[in-house]
Write a protein that binds this ligand. Structure first.
Ligand code: NAP
Ligand code: HSE
Length: 419
């Protein structure tokens, strides 16, 4: 019998307890042992819950229980969760977590602390998709050239509904929260931070890069409007929030932002709460992973896979995939040095000479225009819709700064990268 304590019995924790019960037959057949949830920890014991496991509001009831072999951390947050899992490891208990925010900040310290104790985190990236397993084990013979994909179910759900049904941003965010997709603070989702946390975890496994969220380019979907979605559709693009890790010599660029993707590309077709991640290895070529990126049951499926793995007690890969640092260390590329194609929507006063002044600013900043189109937006103003050739991030940012100072620019220019 393997005994488990669940710290945090909310959306995911409740599903973990329920599935361990519903699927006990197949789980014990696969592991050879029964798995019992001995105790669940919540914050508010007064809340009505559909659960039949013993509950407490004191984490020490799990951490100090000598019979509990595995601590499943599903409470979320960073520092408090860090203290909890640290204590669990110091007491020699295996840990399973779905907490990407915790790992984004403390994964290397946790690897150091865990040593030979199992510390598993499959559900922390892309919910139900076994991407950690694929990257850490299945693709371990490869140098990873790139990882690119949709890593946040909430944003993908919102962008899909905004695109296909014209639903307003705030209404659809509330729905994603009700469905249990969003983080307890949903600005983590819409601000791109949740996707960034996941990207950083994948970047450690793929490249051994020890970066923090503050070190990389992170933008969310808060500024995506129906206007830009409509223009994107008209020109044959979908807008998706992407996480991108790309190796370029000894540099690795890491970035999270909304992107325009040609609608015939596979990633552009991934809709709703689904996540989809492409990983390119130097020997295997491109591999694709697709599935539900959020939600109680889908996430619990990955959490329980880790518990089953621990029950089997086989030889494990090192927590972050590397036994020793890679020779000729890879470096994080500076955000300014990233290059991309860009879509710009610049709302201007519709009068003589404006276009010439704008193209001058483009020239000064070394930005080459690929296509340009003007659409009236009112009697006296127009949207300039511009796509650029590949340009440097720093040049684009400097150019936008300068554009904002010009008196004929009616509102802050919108910029979306084209992938
Ligand atoms: P949730 O529904 O908000 O559940 C959190 C649980 O933790 C609740 O039971 C809460 O107690 C408890 N809790 C929070 N702080 C606590 C504290 N200080 N002491 C004791 N209990 C505490 O969150 P969730 O959606 O299940 O997510 C849990 C974790 O999984 C997070 O790290 C999240 O990022 C990750 N994750 C979630 C999903 C998803 O689709 N939801 C997918 C992948 C990963 P109360 O019930 O009393 O409030
Ligand atoms: N809030 C996250 C998402 C949960 O929407 O993708 C899964 O990690």
């Amino acid at each position: 019998m393997l005994k488990v304590g669940i710290i945090g019995v909310g959306t995911v924790g409740t599903s973990v307890a329920q599935i361990l019960k519903d699927n006990a037959d197949v789980i014990s057949a696969r592991t050879g042992v029964a798995i019992e949830v001995k105790m669940g920890i919540v914050r508010d014991l007064e809340k009505v819950r559909d659960l039949d496991i013993p509950l407490s509001d004191n984490v020490d009831d799990v951490l100090d229980d000598e019979e509990i072999d595995v601590v499943v951390e599903l409470m979320g947050g960073v520092e408090e969760a860090f203290e909890v899992v640290k204590k669990a490891l110091l007491k020699g208990k295996a840990v399973v977590t779905a907490n990407k925010a915790l790992l984004a900040y403390h994964r290397y310290e946790l690897q150091e602390l865990a040593k030979d104790i199992a510390f598993e985190y499959e559900a922390s990236v892309a919910g139900g998709i076994p991407i950690i397993n694929a990257l850490r084990d299945g693709l371990s013979a490869n140098h990873i050239e790139s990882i690119m994909g949709i890593m946040n179910g909430t944003c993908n759900y919102m962008l899909t509904k905004m695109t296909n049904e014209g639903v307003a941003y705030n209404d659809i965010l509330k729905e994603a929260q009700r469905l249990g997709y969003a983080e307890s603070d949903p600005t983590f989702d819409v601000g791109g931070y949740d996707a960034a946390h996941k990207l950083l975890i994948l970047a450690s496994i793929a490249y051994g890069i020890d970066a923090k969220p503050e070190d990389i380019l992170i933008e969310g979907i808060q500024n995506i409007t129906q206007e830009d979605i409509a223009f994107a559709k008209e020109f044959g693009y979908a807008i998706k929030l992407l996480g991108i890790a790309k190796k370029d010599g000894n540099d690795v660029e890491l970035r999270v932002h909304a992107a325009l993707i040609r609608k015939e590309k596979m990633i552009a077709k991934i809709d709703g709460v689904m996540n989809g991640i492409s990983v390119v290895g130097d020997k295997v070529g491109e591999t694709l992973y697709y599935g539900p990126g959020a939600g109680g049951d889908a996430t619990a499926s990955a959490v329980i896979a880790n518990i089953i793995d621990i029950a089997r007690a086989g030889k494990k890969a090192p927590m972050l995939g590397f036994d020793k640092p890679l020779e000729g260390l890879l470096r994080l590329k500076a955000t300014d040095d990233i290059n991309s194609k860009y879509y710009l929507r610049i709302n201007v006063s519709d009068r003589a000479g404006v276009l010439a002044k704008i193209t001058k600013v483009f020239e000064i900043h070394n930005i080459s225009v690929e296509t340009m189109l003007q659409r009236p937006s009112s009697e006296s103003s127009a949207n300039l819709l511009i796509s650029t050739h590949i340009a440097l991030e720093k040049d684009i940012q400097d150019m936008i700064k300068e554009l904002r100072t010009l008196d004929f620019i009616k509102s802050a220019p919108v910029m979306i990268r084209i992938v």
